[in-house]
Design a protein around this ligand. Sequence first.
Ligand code: APR
Length: 232
Amino acid sequence: MKKIVVFTGAGMSADSGLATFRDADGLWANYRIEDVCTPEALLRDRAKVVGFYNERRREMLLREPNAGHIAIAELENLFEVEVVTQNVDNLHERAGSSRVTHLHGELTKLRSTVNPDITVDIEGWEQRLDDCGPDGALLRPHIVFFGESVPMFDTAVRIASSAEIFVVVGTSLAVYPAASLVRYIAPGVPVWLVDPADPDMRVIRNPLTHIRARAAEGVPALADMLREKYAL
Ligand code: APR
């Protein structure tokens, strides 16, 4: 089985109704990063940060995976598929993808404010301000804030470097170190990029095909092509 690595960003979930970050109507057009997505913000205004991620979690639970998520999950029938996502929603998992690495954390988990290795699953959408973990410390969203390290990056690099086919869906390739993941693809491995607009493709050095489409249309079409080309 050929190994496909699928690297996704917020555009993957846009067709499920979840906002992206940098599009005109994106989250960062309506919230300041320094107010809701930094360690300093969590210390300065815990209620605002917890409330922001409660809202993201509530919206996530109201949405469903789109045809793009499902097409990626179905590729597992004919390929060895690894998903590396910048998204914190659980739509890849709910579509049936079995190997998903989250670079920027997960809305479905909280973690100790003292020991980052202690995470707990959250039931429902709401983290209460005084929720504490098994270590007795206050909990926080299990999200990588700006300025924090990306613990899963080394894992993602190992995955990317093993790809025989690499697919990029719905990311502006604007945030590092996540965007640098495409630099670890082995030379010559073909890259397909699904995005209706033009992300920063300069970072991609491999043979590149840009499918200028939304994920819900472009990814199923790409999946059909990959099956024809590599699996049948
Ligand atoms: N289908 C596919 N791609 C889409 C769609 C869609 N329906 N709608 C928008 N896009 C594309 C945009 O053209 C853009 O290239 O998705 C990308 C979204 O870019 P961003 O909003 O910057 O999201 P992302 O790249 O995931 O951001 C990376 O930044 O704020 C941090 O931690 C946050 O993980 C996030 C990281």
